[in-house]
Ligand binder design. Structure first.
Ligand code: NDP
Length: 463
């Protein structure tokens, strides 16, 4: 087993090679954004892919498209004061990064986690710009959140924090301006509280948030979308080699929203899922996590809000590995679905040695740069988060479309559209990422996402 990480460690975004242009550009980014390691890492990865395109396109260079893209259009930072169940005043920090609105209103989730800071949210917002562009829908990129820790808090405490957060955020968002959604620590419960407070303050019932409950404008398949989408993307990648998900052994990390629905779809398609995790450690179940066990996990995580180690007490076929991640498990497919930088170079090496043929990232930037290089060097099927986990924001886009038309599409309709979107994201990655018989999905996703946003920025002038 490999050791758990804090989730805020960084693979060292600027220490890699790259051309002298990339290095010079990154030096400016690092100097201007000191200490924002995850942001440096996310920018470096994109810039390395797109620099040849920028160099070959004089208007991109002249109009400083890249320099403008790494500067958020706006950042709002605010105090989030609330009162806990003991009557003590608690003070958290709220942030919304409005990164780029060239192709649509800012769109991206809210994260509640103690590791949230400006650099983490800028990395997520930056990734979101390219991801949203890839979905083919009209959505700009943003991200927000708070260093509030929902774990161990009562419903009343979570509600009061959500209300305090929205008491400031509501002035900056709107269905045509900025449409937040959930992310780590922000699920259906939190979106409900946030929406209620927005509606009260704005005196308006509108599609200002996605991931809403079904009774007040939510879309079917939104909770499932990121996990299902990551599996659909894996299916697309596997098909290029005449392979399928059926009969494969899959390692999944995390046990939250993305991990749960990744597991659900993998089971439906005939894979055997052997791991789940949380920040306390990993469970490995060599008999496989079947539908019944998954239902138990969903109840544990979504209702009782318990810890994954309880799984090993409930199911004797499983073993719990405290403070460890699942990447030592022998698997054909890996679905990192917890947090950033959760696959380090050693993990990547172990996955490859154990015969892993496909990594589809449900989480955002879960693999450190050296790990990415190892996957690409070994020419396995490696789907980076901004392509593989775009299903979540894609169905958020479909939720916005339904809200506009006061419509409710049936489950099959939303799922069909999700599949189509994941298929077209895959096609775009292949179009821009093919090197001979190998598809570099990192290059493909970065360039495909970049070109659309860059061209929209060019058309809109220097703003
Ligand atoms: P949840 O909060 O529902 O679940 C997160 C899971 O990751 C939990 O099991 C959590 O454990 C675990 N985790 C968090 N930090 C660590 C850590 N340092 N080490 C080990 N496990 C950890 O979040 P989501 O499932 O929504 O999000 C997971 C990932 O997917 C994130 O990277 C997110 O940005 C990305 N994503 C999510 C989308 C969505 O639609 N929800 C869309 C696109 C990407 P614990 O409970 O112990 O904290």
């Amino acid at each position: 087993m490999s050791k758990a990480i804090s989730g805020d460690t960084c693979g060292g975004g600027t220490s890699q090679g790259g051309s002298s242009d990339v290095r010079a550009f990154m030096e400016q980014v690092v100097a201007k954004n000191p200490g924002q390691l995850e942001f440096h890492q996310a920018v470096w990865e994109v810039v390395e892919s797109v620099m040849p395109v920028v160099q070959a396109t004089p208007t991109y260079r002249k109009e400083k498209i890249l320099q403008r893209m790494v500067e958020p259009e706006r950042v709002v930072m605010f105090r989030v004061p609330w009162v806990d169940d003991q009557g003590e005043v608690q003070v958290n920090r709220g942030i919304r990064v409005e990164m780029n609105s060239a192709i649509g209103p800012y769109k991206g989730g809210l994260r509640f986690h103690p590791t949230v800071n400006l650099g983490v949210l800028k990395f997520l917002a930056f990734e979101q710009v390219f991801k949203n562009s890839l979905t083919t829908l009209s959505m700009g990129g943003g991200k927000g959140g708070s260093d509030f820790e929902p774990k161990g808090k009562s419903d009343g405490e979570v509600m009061r924090c959500c209300q305090a957060f929205m008491a400031e955020l509501f002035r900056h968002i709107g269905p045509d301006t900025d449409v937040p959604a959930g992310d780590m620590g922000v699920g259906r419960r939190e979106i409900g509280y946030l929406f209620g407070q927005y509606k009260k303050l704005a005196n308006r019932f509108s599609g200002v948030l996605t991931g809403k409950g079904m009774a007040f404008g939510g879309s079917l398949i939104r909770p499932e979308a990121t996990g299902y989408g990551a599996v659909y993307f894996a299916q697309e990648m596997l098909a290029t080699r005449g392979e399928s998900v059926e009969g494969k052994i899959a390692a999944v990390s995390g046990s939250g929203n993305v991990a749960q629905y990744t597991t659900e779809k993998l089971l439906e398609l005939g894979a055997k899922v052997v791991s789940l995790s949380d920040s306390g450690g990993t469970i490995v179940d060599n008999d496989g996590i079947d539908e019944e066990k998954l239902a138990w996990v969903m109840e544990l995580k979504n209702i009782r809000r318990g810890r994954i180690q309880e799984y090993a007490q409930q199911f004797k076929s499983a073993k719990f590995h405290p403070n460890e991640r699942p990447w030592d498990v022998k698997c054909d497919l890996a679905f990192p679905s917890a947090t950033q930088n959760e696959i380090d170079a050693r993990d990547a090496r172990t996955l490859l040695e154990n015969g892993c043929m496909c990594v589809s990232e449900g989480a955002n930037m879960p693999t450190v740069p050296d790990g990415v290089d190892l996957f690409l060097g070994a020419k396995i099927l490696y789907g980076p988060g901004k392509a593989a986990n775009a299903g979540g924001v894609a169905v958020s886009g479909l939720e916005m479309a339904q809200n506009r038309g006061f419509l409710h599409w049936p489950r099959e309709e939303v799922d069909r559209r999700l599949r189509e979107i994941m298929h077209s994201i895959h096609e775009n990655c292949v179009k821009y990422g093919r090197n001979g018989s190998f598809v570099n999905y990192v290059q493909g996703a970065n360039i495909a996402g970049f070109v659309k946003v860059a061209d929209a920025m060019l058309a809109q002038g220097i703003v």
